[in-house]
Design a protein around this ligand. Structure first.
Ligand code: NAD
Length: 408
C-alpha cells in the first residue's frame, strides 16, 4: 500500500473537520496540470516541471526553483501550498510552482541565462498573465525573471510584463518585492508578540536561515523590544544569550563569510539551535526541519514558518501536545505573493503606485489574514491548530468558487 504524503494526511484531517464529500476531496487531492520537459545545457538534460495545482480562483501563481533536489512530487507539494496561500490571502490566483532539477551553484552567468530561457522555451504555451504567472524561488532571482520575461516576449512578439513577477524595477518590478516575505512575517511576528508576549520586557528570538527572509526578519525584530539570541546559516550558527549584533552579522555575511567564523559570539550547531529556550523560533531555511525526531526537544513557545513546510505532519502533532503554537507557512510567508500580486496588477493596468501606499496595503492584507485565521482558530476553542484554521478558510473559499463554476 502506498504511504500517504504529509499533505494527504493534512487533507484527511480537513476532510473530517469540514465534513467534505468525496468529490470535494478528489478536487483537492491532485494537481489539475503537471507538465514535464527536459532542459538541455552543455549537452546534458535536466528534468523540469511546471505544475498548476488548482486555478478556480484565477491563473496559476508560484515560483520557479533551481535545485538539485527538485522532483515532481516536491513541485506538486509546493503548488498545493501556493493554492492554499493565494486563497487564504484572498488573491485572485490559483496555485502553481515550477522547478529544474539542477545544482545551479557551479553555473556561470551565460549558463544560467541559457537555462532560464530553456525553461520558457519548454513551457511558454502554458504561461501568461491570465494563465500561470511564475516568480522567484530558491536560487532564482530578478535577473532570472528578466531573462524569462525576455524569452517569453521574444517567442510571442508582444510585451506582457505581468506574465512573471519578482522582476527588476526597470522591467516592471516593485521596490517592495525583495523584502516583502520578511516584511509580511514581521507583521505576523508582531501579532504574536502583541497577542501573547506583550508582558515580556524582551522577547527572545532564534532564527534558522540567514538569507533573504531570515536576515531581513532579524533586522526588523532587532528594533522591536526583541532580543535575537541565535541565528544560523547552512554551515552553522552563532549564539549570545544577551543578544546578537544583527547589523554587524548581516555585514559579516555580505562580505562572503559564514556565520560559524564570527568570533564575537558562541558557535552553535544547527540541531542545537532548534532546541534553544526562546519565545519565538523563526524557521527561514528549508523544508522538514522539525520532524518527529526533534519536535519533542523544541523549547520555543511560538514557531514562525517563513520557509515552506519546515515542520512536518507528525511534528505538528507533537508540538501541539506540548502547547507550542506554530504560525503556518501559508500565512507567515505570504508577504511575497501579496507583493507579487501588486506587481502583476500594476503591469496589467499600466499604472505605477506609490511605495508607501503598497507598503500599507501589504500590512493591511497580512493583518487581516492573521485576524481571519486567529478568530477562526479561537472559534474552535483551540481544538484545531492554526495551520488547520488557515487550511479550512482557504479550502472553503476554493470550494465555494468550484461550486459557482458548477464543478461540484
Ligand atoms: P535564501 O537562499 O536567501 O536563504 C536561505 C538561508 O538558509 C541561507 O542563509 C542558507 O545558508 C540557510 N540554510 C540552508 N540550509 C540550512 C540549514 N540546514 N540550517 C540553517 N540554515 C540553512 O532563501 P530565502 O529567500 O531566504 O528563503 C528561505 C525559505 O523561505 C525557503 O524555504 C523559501 O522557499 C521560503 N520562502 C521565501 C520567499 C521569498 O520571497 N524569499 C517566499 C516564500 C517562502
Amino acid at each position: 500500500m502506498e504511504t500517504k504524503t504529509d499533505n494527504q494526511k493534512r487533507l484527511d484531517d480537513i476532510k473530517a473537520l469540514l465534513n467534505l464529500n468525496e468529490r470535494e476531496v478528489e478536487l483537492l487531492s491532485k494537481p489539475i496540470q503537471t507538465k514535464k520537459a527536459d532542459i538541455s545545457l552543455n549537452g546534458k538534460k535536466y528534468p523540469a516541471w511546471r505544475v498548476i495545482y488548482n486555478n478556480t480562483l484565477g491563473p496559476g501563481k508560484g515560483g520557479i526553483r533551481f535545485h538539485e533536489d527538485v522532483s515532481e512530487s516536491e513541485v506538486q507539494s509546493l503548488a498545493f501550498w501556493m493554492t492554499l496561500k493565494t486563497s487564504l490571502l484572498n488573491l485572485p490566483y490559483g496555485g502553481a510552482k515550477g522547478g529544474i532539477k539542477i545544482n545551479p551553484k557551479g553555473l556561470d552567468e551565460k549558463e544560467l541565462e541559457a537555462l532560464s530561457r530553456g525553461y520558457i522555451q519548454a513551457f511558454h504555451e502554458f504561461l501568461g498573465d491570465n494563465k500561470d504567472i511564475p516568480a522567484p524561488d530558491v536560487y532564482t532571482n530578478s535577473q532570472v525573471m528578466a531573462w524569462m520575461l525576455d524569452e517569453f516576449e521574444k517567442i510571442n512578439n508582444f510585451h506582457q510584463p505581468g506574465m512573471i513577477t519578482g522582476k527588476p524595477i526597470e522591467l516592471g518590478g516593485l521596490e517592495i518585492r525583495k523584502d516583502a516575505t520578511a516584511q509580511g512575517a514581521y507583521y505576523v511576528a508582531n501579532q504574536v508578540i502583541n497577542n501573547f508576549l506583550s508582558k515580556k520586557n524582551k522577547v527572545k528570538v532564534v532564527i534558522q536561515g540567514f538569507g533573504n527572509a531570515g536576515a531581513y526578519l532579524a533586522k526588523k525584530l532587532n528594533h522591536n523590544n526583541c532580543l535575537v539570541i541565535a541565528i544560523s546559516d547552512s554551515q552553522g550558527g552563532v549564539y549570545n544569550e544577551e543578544g546578537l549584533d544583527v547589523e554587524e552579522l548581516i555585514e559579516f555575511k555580505q562580505n562572503g563569510n559564514s556565520l560559524k567564523d564570527y568570533t564575537k559570539a558562541e558557535n552553535i550547531e544547527n540541531d542545537h539551535l532548534l532546541t534553544l529556550e526562546t519565545d519565538i523560533l523563526a524557521l527561514a531555511a528549508l523544508e522538514d526541519q522539525i520532524t518527529e525526531e526533534n519536535a519533542k526537544d523544541v523549547k520555543a513557545n511560538y514557531i514562525l514558518e517563513l520557509a515552506n513546510g519546515p515542520v512536518n505532519y507528525l511534528a505538528d502533532k507533537i508540538l501541539e501536545e506540548n502547547n507550542i503554537l506554530v504560525i503556518p507557512d501559508v500565512l507567515t510567508n505570504a508577504g511575497g505573493v501579496v507583493a507579487s500580486y501588486f506587481e502583476w496588477g500594476q503591469n496589467k493596468v499600466g499604472q505605477i503606485l506609490d511605495n508607501n501606499y503598497l507598503e500599507n496595503l501589504l500590512e493591511k492584507k497580512m493583518n487581516n489574514s492573521w485576524e481571519e485565521v486567529f478568530n477562526y482558530y479561537n472559534s474552535f476553542n483551540s481544538k484545531i491548530s492554526l495551520r488547520q484554521a488557515a487550511y479550512m478558510i482557504a479550502i472553503k473559499r476554493i470550494l465555494k468558487a468550484e461550486k459557482w463554476r458548477g464543478r461540484i
